[in-house]
Design a protein around this ligand. Structure first.
Ligand code: PHE
Length: 356
């Protein structure tokens, strides 16, 4: 019995894992285990022998069982310790630096422009980029034969053969949203519409897709003087300095009278600075909405009048943030985006500052 004890107690102490332990249990105290077989022999013993061997075998069985249980707990503890040692994590370490995306200058400037006009009571309106011939041209007093159609380098969509309807166009300006807004809300009205526009043109200052923001204000007595104030107010807020403007008589089919507006700037060492110097830079077209346009939008020109303007957003972004080439805006070059992009949590507001 001493031999059995030494054999199993030593083996249990040396067992490497739960499977080895289970094997030992079967071998020693399982149904056909060595200790169990010995216990079966008790029946063949004399009562005297049995009185000695019985309790001794029972004690051995108990001893082996508790050794098995203790070893099982020890193995589990060791496994847990090993896991804790390898899976240890220092949660106080600084986080790994990750590249975050940036806000594109066009998006940034659109937000800035929107914040300024919202402060002056303009709501944001939208329209489709694929526009009907009517909204893009006719309703804006640009009939079929008008030279402005050709001048705008329009992209036309395809019509099936035999379909005589005029093809849809990629809107060449945001002005069709004037008509859509008039139809939607009627007068009085005060909206801006920032968005994409398209013209077949490509060089350092022209891309086939670019951005405008349209403005429209209609009321009983809105005049050219209101237009001038709104625009001067806008440019000063946008550039963060007082900006002189110059109104030049011009012509658009949808405004009468019409004016192109230049802002004061200086050219020194090849860079433009807005709000100083004696040079002028054209940034927008504007005027008093033509009576025919009001009529097309379902508004009585004898009752209402007002102004409209269209500003080039890309041009504004180039001027404000010193970006020399328009084409780079749309190249999706990560180096450019990281350099000219804006922090994503830095939303432009009038009180918090329009930019970083
Ligand atoms: N739609 C004109 C353009 O794209 C700009 C404009 C808008 C002019 C509104 C007058 C009034 O050039």
């Amino acid at each position: 019995m001493d031999e059995l004890r030494t054999k199993y107690i030593d083996a249990i102490a040396a067992a490497a894992d739960e499977a080895a332990l289970e094997e030992l249990r079967v071998q020693a105290v399982g149904k056909k285990g060595e200790v169990s077989l010995k216990m079966r022999e008790l029946g063949k013993m004399t009562p005297e022998e049995r009185q000695v061997a019985g309790p001794a075998l029972n004690a051995l069985k108990n001893e082996i069982n508790s050794a098995l249980a203790a070893k099982k707990v020890a193995l589990a503890d060791a496994a847990l310790d090993a896991r804790l040692a390898t899976e240890w994590l220092d949660v106080t370490l600084p986080a790994r630096n990750r590249r975050v995306g940036t806000i594109h200058p066009i998006s940034q400037v659109t937000e800035e422009v929107t914040a300024i006009f919202a402060d002056m009571g303009f709501a944001v309106a939208e329209g489709p980029q694929i526009e009907t011939d009517w909204y893009n041209f006719d309703a804006l007093n640009i009939p079929g034969h008008h030279p402005a159609r050709a001048e705008m380098d329009t992209f036309y969509t395809h019509r099936a053969e035999g379909d005589e309807r005029p093809p849809h166009v990629l809107r060449t300006h945001t002005s069709p949203v004037q008509i859509r807004s008039m139809e939607k809300t009627g007068a009085p009205i005060r909206i801006i519409c920032p968005g994409r526009v398209y013209r077949a043109d490509y060089d350092q200052t022209h891309t086939p897709m670019f951005h405008q923001v349209e403005g429209l204000a209609l009321g009983k007595d809105i005049s050219m003087a209101n237009l001038k104030w709104v625009l001067e107010e806008f440019f000063s807020a946008f550039f963060g300095t007082e900006v002189k403007t110059r109104f030049r008589a011009s012509h658009f089919p949808f405004t009468e009278p019409s004016a192109e507006v230049d802002i004061q700037c200086s050219w020194e060492g090849g860079t433009v600075k807005v709000g100083e110097g004696d040079d002028w830079l054209e940034v927008l077209g504007s005027g008093m909405v033509h009576p025919k346009v009001l009529e097309a939008g379902g508004i009585d020109p004898n009752e209402y009048q007002g102004f409209a303007f269209g500003i080039g957003i890309d041009r504004l972004a180039m001027l404000k943030y010193g970006i020399p080439d328009l084409r780079a805006f749309f190249d999706s070059d990560l180096r450019w985006l990281r350099h000219y992009g804006f922090a994503s949590l830095d939303q432009p507001t009038l009180h918090g500052g329009l930019n970083r």
